[in-house]
Design a protein around this ligand. Structure first.
Ligand code: NDP
Length: 315
């Protein structure tokens, strides 16, 4: 049978390019988990995806109710779940004030981390039950959360501190909208959320890989400077960032190429190792990359898991 892959945020950018790449192989049915149904339908059509190769299901990661509803709907569809790709993200580099999810968490960490955390916790059982030979849970990471790289050292740097803001519920009423308890910074909140994504992947690996055989992986697909991720940045940045990445850092990848890379992590028989953070070299060959000390801190991963459990209502 075809594999069934759920991709969050498949209505644009990397998610859409991955959905298209997998659908085109004829071996995958793609469940596009998106907050805007019409946008997703239009995107799939204009990408030329065959009607029978995908299903769109509503998911707003900025609402825990919506995450739970998505999981119920998915279970009711009767489809087995073979691969889950946590790809959606928001990035608010110029926001002066925090905004919040339906449950009152700062939006970037609330969407990118907490929404995906609940989703993957609730869908793990479905993955366990699937008889697919190579089951995978993939959480898209980023170089920007890794302070052992040049890009990760552009301020404001990711730093989760002692997690006091997360423990306080990530809102300014109780504590702070930032995980480390500091003043709000939209760019930092995004980077912090990506560190949480990479730590969550590793904690999943430690807790469940041996028992379930599921592959847990993260990746940095390269700098896809043309996606909607930068939509809230200042116009001059949006104009100069793609050529800067193309000609100066040479880290630029097209959406199509990045989609092929993520599609490899979904389905390539040689990328089954669990607990790995994949990257690609200049020749577009994949390799296991090193994470920064914070993004590979097992004690922190465990603490974030426990605090996140409380915030999403699992503990
Ligand atoms: P895009 O903005 O193009 O895609 C993000 C997707 O997330 C969109 O489909 C968006 O939906 C969706 N999304 C946002 N909020 C929600 C929500 N509340 N519920 C459901 N879906 C939501 O950006 P990219 O394709 O660049 O980003 C994809 C992933 O790649 C992210 O995890 C990002 O961190 C990562 N990444 C990107 C890099 C880059 O250079 N672009 C580099 C490294 C990692 P909608 O279409 O409705 O807006």
């Amino acid at each position: 049978r075809k594999g069934n892959v759920v991709i969050t945020g498949a209505s644009s950018g990397l998610g859409l390019a991955t959905a298209k790449a997998l659908a085109e192989t004829g071996k995958w049915h793609v469940i596009m988990a998106c907050r805007d149904f019409l946008k997703a339908e239009k995107a799939a059509k204009s990408a030329g995806m065959a009607k029978e190769s995908y299903t769109i299901m509503h998911l707003d990661l900025a609402s825990l109710d919506s995450v739970r509803q998505f999981v119920d709907n998915f279970k009711r569809s009767g489809r087995p779940l073979d691969v889950l790709v946590c790809n959606a993200a928001v990035y608010q580099p110029t926001a002066k004030q925090p905004s919040f999810t339906a449950d009152g968490f700062e939006l970037s960490v609330g969407t990118n981390h907490l929404g995906h955390f609940l989703l993957s916790r609730l869908l793990l059982d479905d993955m366990k039950q699937s008889d697919y030979p190579s089951k995978r849970l993939i959480i898209v990471g980023s170089i920007t959360g890794n302070t052992n790289t040049l890009a990760g050292n552009v301020p404001p740097k990711a730093n989760l501190g002692d997690l006091r803001g997360l423990a306080g519920g990530l809102n300014e009423l109780n504590s702070s909208a930032m995980i480390d308890g500091g003043d709000f910074d939209g760019a930092k909140a995004y980077k912090d959320s990506k560190v949480c994504n990479m730590l969550t992947m590793q904690e999943f690996h430690r807790l469940y890989h041996e028992d379930t055989g599921i592959t847990f992986a993260s990746l940095y697909p390269g700098c896809i400077a043309t996606t909607g991720l930068f939509r809230e940045h200042i116009p001059l940045f949006r104009l100069l960032f793609p050529p800067f990445q193309k000609f100066i850092t040479k880290g630029f990848v097209s959406e199509e190429e990045a989609g092929k890379r993520l599609a490899q992590v979904v389905s390539d028989p040689s990328l089954t190792k669990s607990g790995v953070y994949w990257s690609w070299n200049q020749a577009s060959a994949s390799f296991e990359n090193q994470l920064s000390p914070e993004a590979s801190d097992a004690a922190k991963a465990r603490k974030i898991w426990k605090l996140s459990d409380k915030l999403v209502g699992l503990a």
